[in-house]
Ligand binder design. Sequence first.
Ligand SMILES: [Zn+2]
Length: 593
Amino acid sequence: MYKGTLGNYLVKSSLPKKYQPQGSNFGIREVKSSLVDLAREDPEAYSTVAPEIKKLGDEFSTYEGLSVGLDDIEPEYKKRDPIIRSARSQILKAKNDNEITSILLKTQKKIKDITKTHSGDMALTANAGAKGNINQLMKAVGSPVVIGDATGKPTPYLIERGYSEGISPAEAWIGAIEARANGITAATSVTGPGEMQKVMANMMSPLVVSNTDCGTKNGILMDPKAKSIEGRYLAGSNKYVDSSMYRKLRSAGKKVKVRSALTCEADGGICQKCAGRDNYGNNIDIGSNVGIRSSQALTEPLTQMTLSARHGVNLVSGKGADLKLRGLKGFKQLVEMPKSFMHKAPLADVAGKVTKIDRAPQGGFDIDIGGTAHYVPPNRQLKVSLNQTVEAGDVLSNGIPNPADVMRHKGIGEGRKYLAESLNTLYDDEGIRADPKHFEYLAKTQFNYVKADTRLGEYLPGEVIPYNEAKKLLKDKSQTIQLSKSKGMTLMEPALHHMPGTKITGSMIRDLREAGMSKVLASDNSTKFTPIAASAIRTPLFNPNWLQRLGYRYQKATILSAAASGEKADIHGFNPIPGIVTGEIGRGFDGAY
Ligand SMILES: [Zn+2]
């Protein structure tokens, strides 16, 4: 016997058995993901199934006539009032704003839960993910409970009523601030994402598929449960992960090493194997610009994020949750890495033992690590304890580490990985599922330059060098050495996401052990260059090719400096601009323009 709604039953039975969503309580996300799998693996069947499901929708919207009545927005007095009453009495006992905020956020969650059970078609469509959003309905039939200020920070005041019953003048007054901020956001919401689109397209444009296989045996370690290992190649064996291989790997449960842009060793661009296959299961053609495609895929949802904030879809972020980056602001912060990084996690500047943890007079903590003073701001949970040994770059409390700091302490590879993962988390938190490969492309192109510490080939100390160039200039005597003896030496071969030229740390050794390595190629000499953590806005200006730089900002300065220092430019590089400028486009080799 089938248990579930008629709609779920009908949708389920239109899909081939293998692609039916599990259970009987699924929504639009599950259906979409089933359809994507089907399209990829059996395009023939997809071409009949997809119109079938669309027809179901058309029929039901015509004959059923779902519509909104007053009962849809009838206030949820019975379930809501006890929750609000209990919140009110808890708030009276609260000692400070932080406590009030945390009570409010817990209450908001409860009101959201009861809204999910609200009767009527509005709750039905919102729950299924078809139309509307449960947070909006919550504000109407339950209560917003807590409203943000102009910056989105929660105002510590309990909103007791919902919009369908009408709020009090005081509640309206508090809500007006958020409403006004949202109005401004709406008016300016497309300019920010538009700017980011241009910056990203410029920064990521060198990632053109340039050859069939760079030949690396290296890769990044991924969780076998991550759906995104599908469509990639396994590192070493070069086996393609299709859906049946994915299921095998998932049930084996071991971490898998897969090819990735982060570990591709192609001289320019990226190779087919490291780029993986496209949604149709085909290798990506040589000459395809996966960087520009990804920049589009990444920046398009930014507008959506800004707008959904305005439509009240996002909940006010709270304590715990308020150490999360959100939306366009969060994205910009991660790629621009300003000094005043919001919710920044303090990191250990040096390696050593934690010898002192004191409460600071102004709030927060004073921590001493190996004789160096560190400060942790108020309202943070410490992540270190007395006498613990830490590494430079370890986090001292909760918060968001600045990618620039991570790279400074742990090298270009770890910096790239961290940036890619943080961006992925940000999109996930916004309910946007993006292929992690996009973030890997971004991280690779953003953290792409180093500064020479000593003379390196033709480069003088202080000169900016593309990382791939710098890596080739590392000509130290290297030896294969046991991992346990390698700490403090310089890594001389790519190992997972860690890149040559990086100082080997304890955490790197742990990473490599996890991947089953016991030895590594390393050198005694110190590192020769320092990775540059520049904002995505500045990164395209490091490009050594002045004609390519012309596709970006500051053209006048670019022309002046190129003329003054007699710069030369390859017309057929992995950036279309010089080809377009000179009319020579399309005459390059191996994917170059
Ligand atoms: Zn490659």
